[in-house]
Design a protein around this ligand. Structure first.
Ligand code: S3P
Length: 442
């Protein structure tokens, strides 16, 4: 446990780089480990979640070589599609739902048995959403009660291709099925009523697989992978993580007089719901120099202190900003008027129940709010809340970071009981913010 305290500092000023995109980093290591030849990865997130994926790929025979200096280029020599070998021990996925769920798709399509475990948070999260489709394809699973980890995957190289409509909008479930579909004869299809992040589709195509996306008459997306591609080693450039940039973005908007710029942030349209919300709220936020980098759109961002107003966030925007609701709540708490967020039931099964955590913490900070099973209404007063509380972050990095940002604007300091989960996605968070003028101390 490492306590962190955040209090008002100076106006935030500076030019920063945010860590690499977590979703893309996991996928680069997994596909690099399944490709033939040496894949090189620039900008990989060197956070604990991604290092768990690197270690798992190593345990199954991929050669994963870190750079000589942190932040340099990673190299990975893969085993070919279907070519991983049985891991010699339990695969420890740490805090990472993405690592566990995407790898379950890979493991389902290999003819060996493997065991996955994680920390208290991950071992409490629902896995049935992954097990159901992979079970239909022919993989076997043994789990703790209610489909939770630790669990065992009994894979096979004789999976049956399926067409599966996602019952929840989840890029993790989609990706697990597509990854299993790689080592499956024929065509495996995922239908998603609401579009979710498409990094897997983009990267599979980048590595030479055939993934086709079409829009059905009812507006749903149908994504089909053709089995047995020859994945070829590639160079991958990982953009800055918009989900990490979200913290300096909101901090820059709510701390008066701030001006922050950050280069090379991923702005995939299926990830930028938070930007849309903040612009609607009146945030002074510009996206410049839009360009394409190894199949993903990126831009440079400039953020200036702003007066924000409350908005209504539509439910169909949720998949494009699912990890950003905690920090949006902080912006909403500082805005003038009410912000209503609809269709956010998925927040209850993230690293913790994020809806409950935000309600608890914001109430303790003096914010008025109303809560339903899948919605939240935050009543802002136009000035930052009182603060002055200690937040139990329940092993959730984004809850910890959101409350530290709140403390940069609130009247009294905000304490988080444990800042260590921040290392899963945003190593160097404290130093980066203090460099901008914040006051975070241990
Ligand atoms: C992710 C998908 C999202 C997101 C998670 C990363 C991914 O989860 O919350 O942090 O990389 O595919 P769900 O698929 O459960 O919505």
């Amino acid at each position: 446990m490492s306590i962190l305290v955040s209090k008002q500092g100076r106006a935030l000023q500076g030019d920063i780089l945010v860590p690499g995109d977590k979703s893309i980093s996991h996928r680069a290591l997994m596909l690099g480990g399944l490709a033939i030849g040496e894949t090189t990865i620039e900008g990989l997130l060197e956070g604990e979640d991604v290092l768990a994926t690197a270690q798992a790929m190593r345990q199954m025979g991929a050669r994963v070589m870190p750079p000589a200096q942190p932040g340099g280029q990673w190299r990975i020599v893969g085993c070919g599609v279907g070519g991983l070998s049985e891991p010699d021990g339990v695969l420890d996925m740490g805090n990472s739902g993405t690592a566990a769920r995407l790898l379950m798709g890979v493991l389902a399509a290999h003819p060996f048995t493997s065991f996955l475990s994680g920390d208290r948070s991950l071992n409490s999260r629902p896995m049935a959403r992954i097990i159901t489709p992979l079970g239909q394809m022919g993989a076997g699973f043994v789990t703790r009660s209610k489909g939770r980890m630790p669990l065992c995957v009994q894979g096979t190289d004789q999976l049956i291709p399926i067409s599966y409509e996602l019952p929840v909008a989840s890029a993790q479930v989609k990706s697990a099925i597509l990854f299993a579909g790689m080592n499956t004869q024929g065509e495996t299809t995922v239908i998603e009523p609401l579009a979710t992040r498409d990094h897997s589709e983009r990267m599979l195509n980048h590595f030479g697989a055939q993934v086709a996306t079409s829009i059905l008459d009812n507006g749903a997306r149908s994504i089909t992978i053709t089995g047995y591609p020859e994945l070829e080693a590639r160079h991958v450039i990982v953009p800055g993580d918009i989900s990490s940039a979200a913290f300096p973005i909101v901090a820059g908007l709510i701390v008066p007089g701030s001006e922050i710029s950050t280069r090379g942030v991923g702005v995939n349209p299926l990830r930028t719901g938070l930007i849309d919300c903040l612009v609607e709220m009146g945030g002074d936020l510009s996206l410049d120099n839009r360009r394409d980098q190894a199949g993903e759109p990126v831009a440079d961002l400039v953020i200036r202190g702003s007066t924000l107003s409350g908005i209504e966030v539509p439910p169909e925007r949720a998949p494009s900003m699912i990890d950003e609701y905690p920090i949006l709540c902080v912006a909403a708490a500082c805005a003038q008027g009410s912000t209503r967020m609809n269709g956010i039931g998925e927040l209850r099964v993230k690293e913790c129940d994020r809806l409950a955590a935000m309600v608890r913490g914001l109430k303790a900070a003096g914010v008025e709010l109303e809560e339903g099973e899948d919605w939240l209404l935050v009543h802002g007063t136009g000035s930052p809340p009182k603060g002055g509380m200690t937040m139990d972050v329940e092993l959730d990095h984004r809850i910890a970071m959101s409350f530290l940002v709140l403390g940069m604007a609130s009247d009294e300091p905000v304490t988080v009981d444990d800042g260590s989960p921040i290392a899963t996605s945003f190593p160097g968070f404290e130093a980066l913010f203090n460099g901008l003028g914040a006051d975070i101390s241990g």
